[in-house]
Write a new protein. Structure first.
Length: 890
C-alpha cells in the first residue's frame, strides 16, 4: 500500500453505522494511519464511538483479496470481467433476464449502487437487485411510502436535542448508534427536564439515560402505539386543523385502535396498566416529541405496521417536521439511505421513483436512454435466495456483503449459493463464509481507498474520500460494475471516468421532470465536476436546482407525496404471528454488540475492539437459567427445529424472563457454530419483505462440556478440533475460548494440535488429574508461543493478563510459572473484562475506583481515563457505579 508523500488530512465519513459521522483521516510520515472525528461535520461535531475511533486498526492488508480469482486461481481483470459478462449474457439469452440477480449492500457507496441498479433495471431488464438493507430498514421504507407517499425521513438530528421527550423504541442507541446516544445524553445533561423513554424487551445500556423503561413483549409495539392513538383521542390531544388539512384515514384508524382496551394492550405488550398510562400521559402532555426507531421495530413480521402505528400518532398530533418533533427512523448501515435513493431495493426505481408507476418507468428509461426498464418488482432478499436455491436464478453477483451469515435460514442460503451455477462475489476480504463459494472473486477497493458519497439517517449526503492507494489489483465497485456492463455491450451508457460523473448523473435524474412531485431532488448538484465534487460539503436533501444548502425538514405544513398531497393515517393489526410453545419456549432476539460490526470482517482485525466481548453469547435471565439448569459461563445450545448453535451463557437480569439475546456477528471464521441466523426463519413482513430477526421461538439447554478451556496463541491455529471454540485477536496474537465434548481429544493431544511446537520450543505443563486441571505453556526463547488452560469448570484465568503475556519477556523460571498459574503475581492488578476499549480499562479497575469513593462517570474518567475518549463505555461505567451503590445499600 502506498502512502501519500506529504501528510495530508482528508475529510471523509465513517463506514459503519447510519449516523454517518465525519472523520479526519491522514497517514503520518511514519506510514501510520490516523483517524479522528471531524469537528465540523454536522452529524457528530468531532465525536466518535469505539468503532469509529479504532478504524485505523482495521485497514491492514492481511486477509485482503488483492487479485481477481477464477475457480481458486489468480486471474487478470480482463479475463475475469469477460467471464462474468459472458456468463451473465449467456444466462439471460437462454433463460431470460429474471434468471440473473445482484445482491448488493448498504456498504456500497451511492455511485456503486447507482450503476448496479442502472445495469440491472435499465439494461438487463430485470428488477432482481436487492440489498442487505432489506434486513435493516425495509419496513421503515414501506411505512414511509404508505403514510407519506415517499420514502422521506421528516426530521434532523438536531431534533433529538430540541425535543422535550424522546421515545426510543426498538433502538439500542448506546451500542448501535453511539454518537446519537451521546448527543441525546449531552442534551439531557444540559436540559435535565428532557425525558427519555426506552421501549425494549431488554434493559440495554441505552436505559442508562432513560427516565422510563418499558420492557415490552416481542412485537407488542403495534398494540402499544394503537393504544396511544386511542389515548390521545380520548384526552383531546389531536391537532384537528392539521389532521383536517393534511391527512386522511384517522376515523377508521381510530375505530380500529379503540377496539383494544387498556387491559388487552397490557396483555399484548406485557406491560402493566400503570406503566402504559404513565407513558401515554407523558406523550400526550409533551408537544415536542421525537420517536426514534430502528431494527427492533423494522426486523419484524409486523415491521411496517409498527412503523405506521408510530407515524399515526405523530400525524394525528401534527407533531412532525417541526423542530424537536417527528417520527425518526435510524438506519443500521452507513449508506442504506443512499441505496434507497438510487433504487437499490428490488421494488423501487432510481431517484425514489416507483417501479409500478408507468410514468416513472417511462421517465427513467428516457433519461437513461436504455433499451428497456424493468416493469415489475424483482425478488426481495429472502425470495431471491429461495430462487437461487430452486434454480430459477442461475447467475448471482454478490457485492460487499456476507449473506451466508446474515440472511435468515443461513444454512439454506449457503446451500443455495454453493449450488448456484455461477456465483460472483466482489469483496475486500479473501475468505468469508460467502466468498469461499464464489466461482469468480473480484477484489474491491476498501474504505479509505474509495471515492464517492453516502447518505446518513438524517438525509445528509457526505463524501467518502480516499486517503490510501488501493492495493494490488483492487478496484472501486463502480468501476467493476461498469466494466462488466461494457463487456455486455452497454459501453455507451457506462463510460464513466469517475465517481463524480456518476454522482452528477444521479443528481440530474433526481431533478429530471421533477416539478416538486418527488421529494428526492438534488438537482443543484447535477452539474458537479471533479473539482466541486472534491470540495463538496455535507448537505441535506432536498437540494433542488437554485437552492442553497440549509437544514431541511418535511411535512410541518403537509405537502405529502400522495395523489392528494395528504398523508395516510392507516389502521394497523396488532397480532404477532409467531408464538413460543412447549418445545421452543423462549423468544430469541438477535442484535449487535458495542464494538463489533456486521460479520466482523473489519472490527475483528482490531485487538482492542475484540476485547469487549470476545466470544458469542446468549444473554439469559437468571430465572430462565435456573429453569434450564444453566449456570453462569456454561456453554448453551440454542436450538430451533432447523438448527442449533453453541454460545456462552451470560446471566443477566437486564433480559426479560422468557427471552434470550444472541448477537449477530459471529461467523464460521471466528467460532465453531455460532451463526445465529441459521436459527432465524425466513418469515417476512408482508409489505416490506423484511425478515423477523427478533422473535424466534427457541429452546435452550446446557451443553455438557467435558472440559472448558482458554488459550492465548501467537499464531492463529490452523485447526481447532473442539466442539465449542471462539477466536479473537489480542495484542500480540490470539485468544481462544474452548469447550471440549466427551470423546474430543485428550488434553495433551489437544494442546499439541493447537501450538506450532517446532524444535527448540520448550513446553511447561501442570496437571491436577483429580481436579481435571491441565495447563500448558510453550516458550520460544524468552517469548511465549502459547498457553492453554483446561479445567472441568469454566476456566478462571485473567484473560487480559494472559493476553499481555504474549508481549512480555519470560526470562526466569518464576515468570514462566506465573504463566502456568494463569493470573498476575502478588501486587499486580487484574484489570478484569475490558470496559473502555480506548484506554484498556477493565471492570475490576472501575469497581476498585468506585470502592475508593469514585461515584461518578466523570470521576472515573479523571481517575482512570475510561470514558473520556469516544464515550461509548460511559453507560457501562454508570452501570458498574450503580451496581456498587446498590450493593453498598443492601
Ligand atoms: Fe461510525 Fe460510531 Fe459514528 Fe456510527 S456512531 S458512524 S459507527 S463513529
Amino acid at each position: 500500500m502506498e502512502e501519500p508523500q506529504e501528510p495530508c488530512v482528508v475529510r471523509t465519513t465513517c463506514p459503519y453505522c447510519g449516523v454517518g459521522c465525519g472523520l479526519l483521516a491522514e497517514v503520518d510520515p511514519g506510514g501510520q494511519a490516523i483517524v479522528r472525528g471531524d469537528p465540523d461535520h454536522p452529524a457528530n461535531f468531532g465525536r466518535l464511538c469505539s468503532k469509529g475511533a479504532a478504524l485505523a486498526e482495521t485497514i491492514g492488508l492481511d486477509g485482503r483479496l488483492l487479485h481477481p480469482e477464477i475457480d481458486g486461481r489468480e486471474a487478470g481483470w480482463d479475463e475475469a470481467l469477460d467471464l462474468v459478462a459472458a456468463r451473465f449474457s449467456e444466462t439471460i439469452a437462454e433463460h431470460g433476464p429474471d434468471s440473473v440477480a445482484f445482491y448488493v449492500s448498504g456498504q456500497l457507496l451511492t455511485e456503486d449502487y447507482y450503476v448496479a441498479n442502472k445495469l440491472m433495471k435499465g439494461f438487463i431488464g430485470s428488477a432482481n437487485i436487492d440489498t442487505n438493507s432489506r434486513l435493516c430498514m425495509a419496513s421503515a421504507v414501506a411505512g414511509h411510502r404508505r403514510a407519506f407517499g415517499s420514502d422521506t425521513v421528516p426530521g434532523t438530528y438536531r431534533d433529538l436535542e430540541l425535543a422535550d421527550l424522546i421515545v426510543l423504541t426498538g433502538s439500542n442507541l448506546a451500542w448501535c448508534h453511539p454518537v446519537l446516544y451521546q448527543r441525546i445524553a449531552e442534551a439531557k445533561e444540559a436540559r435535565p427536564q428532557m425525558r427519555v423513554v426506552l421501549i425494549d424487551p431488554r434493559r440495554t445500556m441505552t436505559a442508562d439515560i432513560a427516565d422510563m423503561h418499558l420492557p415490552i413483549r416481542a412485537d407488542g409495539d403495534v398494540a402499544l402505539f394503537s393504544g396511544l392513538l386511542a389515548f390521545l383521542a380520548e384526552h383531546d390531544r389531536f391537532d384537528s386543523s392539521y389532521v383536517e388539512a393534511h391527512t386522511t384515514g384517522l376515523d377508521e384508524t381510530l375505530t380500529a385502535a379503540r377496539t383494544l382496551g387498556l387491559e388487552a394492550i397490557a396483555e399484548g405488550t406485557g406491560l402493566s396498566v400503570e406503566s402504559l398510562a404513565a407513558f401515554y400521559r407523558l406523550f400526550a402532555d409533551t408537544q415536542k416529541v421525537v420517536t426514534v426507531y430502528s431494527q427492533g421495530v423494522n426486523q419484524s413480521s409486523l415491521g411496517t405496521a409498527k412503523v405506521n402505528a408510530i407515524i399515526n400518532c405523530h400525524l394525528a398530533t401534527g407533531r412532525i417536521g417541526k423542530p424537536g418533533m417527528g417520527p425518526f427512523s435510524v438506519t443500521g448501515q452507513p449508506n442504506a439511505m443512499g441505496g434507497r435513493e438510487v433504487g437499490g431495493l428490488a421494488n423501487a426505481l432510481a431517484a425514489h421513483m416507483e417501479i409500478e408507476n408507468p410514468g416513472h418507468r417511462d421517465l427513467v428509461q428516457r433519461f437513461w436512454r436504455s433499451p428497456v426498464v424493468a416493469d415489475r418488482p424483482g425478488l426481495k432478499a429472502v425470495d431471491m435466495f429461495r430462487a437461487v436455491g430452486d434454480g430459477r436464478i442461475k447467475a448471482l453477483w454478490i457485492m460487499a456483503t456476507n449473506p451466508v451469515d446474515s440472511m435468515p435460514e443461513a444454512d439454506l442460503v449457503e446451500e443455495a449459493i454453493r449450488n448456484c451455477p455461477f456465483l460472483v462475489v466482489s469483496d475486500v476480504v479473501r475468505e468469508t463464509d460467502t466468498v469461499r463459494h464464489a466461482c469468480v472473486k473480484l477484489p474491491a477497493a476498501a474504505w479509505g481507498e474509495k471515492d464517492g458519497t453516502t447518505t446518513n439517517s438524517e438525509r445528509r449526503i457526505s463524501r467518502q474520500r480516499p486517503f490510501l492507494t488501493a492495493p494490488g489489483a483492487a478496484r472501486p465497485d463502480w468501476w467493476i460494475i461498469c466494466e462488466v456492463a461494457k463487456c455486455m455491450g452497454f459501453a455507451h451508457a457506462f463510460a464513466y471516468r469517475s465517481a463524480a460523473e456518476i454522482f452528477a448523473e444521479h443528481a440530474a435524474l433526481s431533478a429530471f421532470e421533477n416539478d416538486g412531485a418527488r421529494a428526492f431532488d438534488i438537482g443543484a448538484l447535477a452539474r458537479v465536476d471533479q473539482q466541486s465534487f472534491d470540495r463538496m460539503q455535507p448537505f441535506q436533501w432536498p437540494q433542488p436546482k437554485g437552492g442553497t444548502p440549509s437544514e431541511t425538514r418535511f411535512f410541518s405544513t403537509g405537502g405529502f407525496y400522495t395523489s392528494d398531497r395528504k398523508a395516510r393515517i392507516l389502521p394497523v393489526c396488532p397480532k404477532p404471528t409467531l408464538r413460543t410453545d412447549a418445545a421452543y419456549p423462549v423468544v430469541l432476539n438477535t442484535g449487535r454488540v458495542r464494538d463489533h460490526w456486521h460479520t466482523m470482517t473489519r472490527t475483528a482485525k482490531s485487538p482492542r475492539l475484540s476485547q469487549h466481548l470476545a466470544e458469542p453469547f446468549a444473554e439469559i435471565h437468571p430465572a430462565d437459567a435456573r429453569r434450564f439448569g444453566v449456570a453462569e459461563a456454561d456453554i448453551v445450545r440454542v436450538s430451533t427445529a432447523r438448527s442449533s448453535i453453541l454460545v456462552r451463557a451470560l446471566l443477566s437480569a437486564r433480559q426479560l424472563p422468557g427471552t434470550v439475546f444472541v448477537p449477530m456477528h459471529w461467523t464460521d471464521q471466528f467460532a465453531a457454530r455460532a451463526r445465529v441466523d441459521t436459527l432465524v426463519p425466513a418469515l417476512t413482513d408482508r409489505h416490506s419483505g423484511q425478515p423477523a430477526s427478533k422473535h424466534v421461538p427457541v429452546s435452550i439447554e446446557r451443553f455438557a462440556a467435558a472440559k472448558f478451556g482458554f488459550a492465548v496463541l501467537r499464531e492463529r491455529p490452523r485447526t481447532i478440533t473442539a466442539a465449542y471454540w471462539a477466536l479473537a485477536r489480542c495484542e500480540g496474537g490470539w485468544r481462544l475460548e474452548l469447550a471440549l465434548a466427551e470423546g474430543d481429544r485428550d488434553s495433551l493431544a489437544f494442546a499439541t494440535s493447537l501450538f506450532d511446537t517446532a524444535s527448540g520450543v520448550e513446553t511447561l505443563s501442570y496437571h491436577d488429574v483429580a481436579a481435571g486441571r491441565h495447563r500448558f505453556a510453550c516458550f520460544d526463547g524468552d517469548r511465549l508461543v502459547g498457553a492453554l488452560f483446561l479445567a472441568s469448570e469454566p476456566v478462571a484465568v485473567s484473560r487480559d493478563w494472559a493476553c499481555e503475556q504474549l508481549l512480555s519477556e519470560h526470562t526466569g523460571q518464576r515468570g514462566r510459572m506465573a504463566v502456568i498459574a494463569g493470573r498476575p503475581g502478588f501486587g499486580v492488578v487484574d484489570r478484569g473484562a475490558t470496559v473502555c476499549s480506548c484506554f484498556g480499562v477493565g471492570a475490576n479497575q472501575i469497581a476498585a475506583a468506585v470502592s475508593e469513593g469514585c461515584m461518578s462517570v466523570e470521576g472515573i474518567g479523571e481517575t482512570l481515563g475510561a470514558g473520556t475518549n469516544c464515550g461509548s463505555c460511559r453507560a457501562e461505567i454508570r452501570t458498574i457505579i450503580n451496581e456498587h451503590r446498590l450493593q453498598a445499600a443492601e
